[in-house]
Design a protein around this ligand. Structure first.
Ligand code: AHR
Length: 686
């Protein structure tokens, strides 16, 4: 558990549990009609084209075992120096063989310093022995699919000769196989193509490299790729990329989050150790307690941006780590960090005549990437970082601005840190919020009172959540998310960008370090949560100018009338299921309805985002002022569901938006918002 997570547990996750203890069944009462007035003649803030984006880091098996299509777990045998985790021996009856991690036989001139050593001491002619990898909770097998396998190997004694590589079912049946070799006494890279035939998709498979004969076999950097998005050789899982593409995100904030900082200096996101061939990437420990293969390194993040037409929002390491008490780098000790940040920006944006631009060209990407935003550090208000942040921020920001004057610099000091003074004025502040439902509803108005002349805001991490409530958000959280987002859109003059966090979770047991994440998956299936669909609805219907919109009368709800997250299940060995004690959050009253209205300059459409957090349907009279006409036919989408409903691998589309069609729209018309619903409507003015 990181200290930031602990802070949030204490600071903001209390009221939902308390509310859950009070009642799961809000009082139901008939709703009186309400009028929503939209002032189309009073356009306000312009929505920044970067308004909706993504935030990502290696957490919850986001890349390894997630977006990154690699299927082999612990492929370079670095996960545990003492044991070959996720590997096992496969052998016929009577064969005597053992496996171990070997660090005494590195592959020359590479970062492959560990290998898997299979020692076979007894085997009869015709018998089989080999090593098997279990993948990330299974190796997914799909019908009629081509897989690319590769690995480094060398062998001694009878283990020399040809080897077989195969995707095998749990009962040892080969679903696809190929032979490679001969293996020799020297390290060499082998590749093979495996094709499955007709089969039922399954995850209960393993990847096996087998040979015959007594002797020793060493393997490392064992890799197995299914088809990837845009056929990138070291690429991403198509199904998850398609979910992301459907959100139409404008930017990708990477590489973190705590993953940028690392648990300590050695394990920060050292971008220079994540580029080039996989053989040259040493891997590192993430702060989320597992080792990252660094298969998703700086270039892969950038190509991910390219594939989804997002702009990179690059966070550079700033001398602060997660471990409390670890040294924070300042003064002369920070100078190499400053240089690393400059080199990184040059790698991203530089031409072929620059040192690091040329390196990017050599790494296979001749074209520089577009970059407008650089963030310095992550959550430097935490972990004793605040006292030195002005010094660290100034050193890094001064150097960046001197070399790249057009880059916008984001500070990780929040807008709440009003006691903080800057030597180098930032262009944006990165606010982070992990909110209970009451907090999210109350904070839909957070920025209404923010000074219009103060530094503008990037809400770089936000979510409505609660610890121990599961992998992905339930409908109750999605409703609060939507209410909160209307507040960000209404305040688009001060909030210019936002991104939910965390983005991903592998839902297998042990896959999650952080409760409540936007998109879930196992090895075969991925799904968007109700909150994912809320963001997709909002991001796909942005508009670019905010219009004033107000409800009359505005329904108000008490704490026990707002949606609540059910109390968390008991933990093993503990009494559970009751509300947690702690400081109180907002107690209400809360708005029952939330709205954001925008206009899309390209189409002329007036776009309404309407959230009803009440337990009953809300009849609405919609009055759009100062437009000559609105077409009778209008369309949109609506999401609703039981408050505790979630999507899962078993039911990936249980809660999804449904189309809304209106045949009697006009400058004034009526529409009913279902109970506990999020609606987006597009009204045609041309
Ligand atoms: O989103 C999970 C974590 O929350 C991020 O890594 C960190 O920035 C924040 O504390």
């Amino acid at each position: 558990m990181t200290s930031s997570w602990r802070v949030r547990l204490l600071g903001s996750l209390v009221v939902a549990a308390a509310a859950a203890a009070v009642s799961m069944a809000p009082r139901v009462r008939a709703q009186s009609p309400v009028t929503l007035t939209v002032q189309a003649d009073r356009p306000g803030a312009t929505l920044d084209p970067m308004f909706y984006g993504l935030m990502t880091e290696e957490i919850n098996f986001s890349y390894d075992g997630g977006l990154y299509a690699e299927l082999i777990r612990n492929r370079s045998l670095k996960d545990n120096p003492d044991a070959p985790d996720h590997w096992s021996v496969v052998k016929d009856a009577g064969v005597e063989a053992t496996i171990a991690v070997d660090t005494s036989s590195p592959v020359p001139n590479t970062a492959l310093t560990s290998s898997l050593k299979l020692t076979t001491t007894a085997i009869a002619s015709g018998q089989r022995v080999g090593v098997a990898n279990e993948g990330f909770w299974g190796i997914p097998a799909r019908p009629n699919t081509t897989y690319r396998a590769s690995f480094y190997a060398k062998a001694d004694g009878g283990a020399r000769g040809r080897a077989t590589v195969a995707i095998e079912s749990a009962d040892g049946h080969a679903l696809a196989s190929a032979t490679v070799g001969p293996l020799t006494g020297q390290w060499k890279k082998y590749t093979a193509t495996l094709k499955t035939g007709a089969l039922t998709p399954s995850t209960t498979n393993q990847f096996v490299i087998s040979s015959g004969g007594p002797g020793t076999l060493w393997v490392t950097l064992v890799s197995l790729f299914p088809p990837t998005y845009n056929n990138r050789p070291n690429g991403m899982r198509p199904d998850i990329m398609e979910l992301l593409a459907a959100m139409k995100p404008s930017f990708l904030r990477f590489p973190g989050g705590n993953y940028l900082e690392g648990p300590n200096y050695e394990n920060r996101f050292n971008w220079k150790a994540t580029i080039g061939p996989l053989e040259q990437r040493p891997t590192h420990m993430s702060p989320w307690r597992y080792r990252s293969s660094d298969g998703v390194g700086l270039v892969e993040f950038l190509e991910w941006c390219e594939d989804l037409h997002m702009e990179p929002l690059l966070a550079v390491y700033a001398g602060l780590h997660i471990d409390r008490g670890a040294n924070i780098l300042t003064g002369d000790a920070l100078k190499p960090v400053v240089q690393d940040a400059l080199d990184e920006i040059e790698y991203v944006t530089g031409g072929p005549n620059t040192t690091w631009g040329a390196r990017r060209v050599r790494d296979g990407h001749p074209k520089p990437f577009t970059l407008h935003y650089v963030e310095i550090g992550n959550e430097d208000w935490l972990n004793d970082g605040k006292a030195s942040y002005d010094e660290r921020f100034t050193m890094i920001a001064d150097a960046i601005t001197a070399k790249y004057p057009s880059l916008k610099i984001i500070s990780t000091m929040r807008s709440q840190d009003t006691d903080f003074t800057y030597t180098h004025q930032p262009d944006r502040l990165d606010d982070h919020f992990y909110m209970t439902i009451p907090t999210a509803l109350a904070q839909a108005h957070l920025y209404d009172g923010y000074s219009r002349s103060a530094t503008k805001i990037f809400v770089g991490e936000w979510a409505t959540n609660s610890p121990r409530t599961g992998d992905t958000p339930m409908v109750a959280f999605a409703l609060a998310d939507a209410a909160w987002l209307t507040g960000l859109e209404r305040n688009a003059d001060v909030v210019t960008m936002n991104s939910y966090a965390p983005l991903f979770v592998n839902v297998n047991p042990g896959g999650r370090q952080w409760a409540v994440n936007l998109i879930g998956y196992d090895a075969l299936t991925s799904f968007g949560s109700p909150s994912y669909y809320v963001q997709k609805m909002f991001s796909n219907n942005r508009g670019n100018v905010v219009l004033p919109a107000s409800f009359d009368p505005l329904p108000r709800l008490s704490l026990n009338e707002i949606p609540v997250a059910p109390a968390p299940p008991p933990r093993p060995g503990r009494a559970g299921g009751r509300g947690r004690r702690g400081p109180q959050g907002p107690t209400g009253p809360f708005d029952g309805l939330y709205a954001s209205a925008t206009r899309d300059a390209a189409t002329g459409d007036v776009i309404l985002k309407l959230v009803n957090v009440q337990a009953t349907a809300q009849p609405l009279r919609i009055d759009v002022k100062s437009v000559p006409s609105i077409a009778k036919e209008a369309s949109g989408e609506m999401l609703t569901g039981a408050l505790d409903a979630v999507n899962t691998v078993a039911e990936p589309r249980k809660v999804v938006p449904v189309p809304v069609t209106i045949h009697d729209a006009g400058t004034t018309f009526t529409h009913e918002l279902p109970a506990h619903s999020v609606t987006v409507l597009r009204l045609k003015t041309r």
